[in-house]
Ligand binder design. Sequence first.
Ligand SMILES: C[S@@+](CC[C@H](N)C(=O)[O-])C[C@H]1O[C@@H](n2cnc3c(N)ncnc32)[C@H](O)[C@@H]1O
Length: 360
Amino acid sequence: MSANADRVASEILLYCRAGFEADLAAEIAKKAAVLGANGYPIAAPGTGFIRYILADHQPAHTLQKQLSFETLVFPRQTLVAFPPLANMDREDRISPVMALIRESGWSFEHICQDIPDTNDGKALTGLGKSIQKALESASRKCGALRRKAGKRWLHLFWTAGDQVQVAISFPGNRSEYANGIRHLRFPHDAPSRSTLKLEEAWHTFIAPDQWDVLLDENMWAADLGAAPGGWTWQLVKRGMGVYAIDNGPMQASLMNTGQVEHLREDAYSWKPPHTLDWLVCDMVDQPARVARLMGTWLENGWTRRAIFNLKLPMKQRWQEVEHCLDLLHHCVEKAGFRAHIRCRHLYHDREEVTVYVAIV
Ligand SMILES: C[S@@+](CC[C@H](N)C(=O)[O-])C[C@H]1O[C@@H](n2cnc3c(N)ncnc32)[C@H](O)[C@@H]1O
């Protein structure tokens, strides 16, 4: 590693939904502090990313690894990054990037051109593409781009026509999707766009080889706050039987499948007639109230798995999420269970996060 401070990857670069920078910064600052890191976040509202800078130009590799992507809530992507390159010559954006890469000593297998998920970011889409071939060729020539390089990827994160942040991602601790976004196609016959939230949650929390085991056609689920049926639609597509709890109307074609029992009851007082395989819930209510209801279901053994959303209209979203996750852990422990709990701000989530709980 070079002695030049500008050539040390002493930052963690994290992408998020625009508007959630403060929440992501609060989460990372808290978790980095718990790990004993000496650093600070830089977050500007509406930009769709934050930087966490380690003091004294310490390399960020170890901390980024300890902040396991799977355990984080608000980031869409996490990268070890060099300080940004600014005021680049628009006629030659490749030379400064190549100089940095060469001096850093890192090698990689793939080059990703990234942009923030903002309108300003979208305007930069063509920029990365236009230099991709030349950059690949120059990187290959100096040995930085190789067939085998520990599955590391190089990321160029463009924030302006003359500004880029060079970063590296590591296998098992990154999103494999461009810009950290998993796009899903809206199924034309689903009753609401919300359907994509549950589908993305399954992709995020359930490994592909587990789908046939955990999302099986012989299963029974409850969908609390089900109408018009976007989440129920996903369960029905997997062949499950569903208790759909909501005062509102369910999509008629969904009811015609014969797999759905629609009960116009209050989700806070309804109890399942037998133990269920899945509980899902997308009600708009105070997050702590929803978390307590989920806790009650798990404590009572009414379900072994749950996926639910916590709506976050408040300012301090990270603190609220932390509070709700503490509540859940408490409920599960009180019942003498061990649980696997994950929480993620999904691409299809807006002012909400999605939680997955599995009793193990
Ligand atoms: C955001 S919508 C659910 C959308 C649904 N997940 C979908 O994909 O179509 C929230 C639903 O929760 C229902 N709801 C709110 N409070 C409820 C309660 N206490 N009991 C049952 N349903 C409730 C509302 O009637 C509303 O239909």
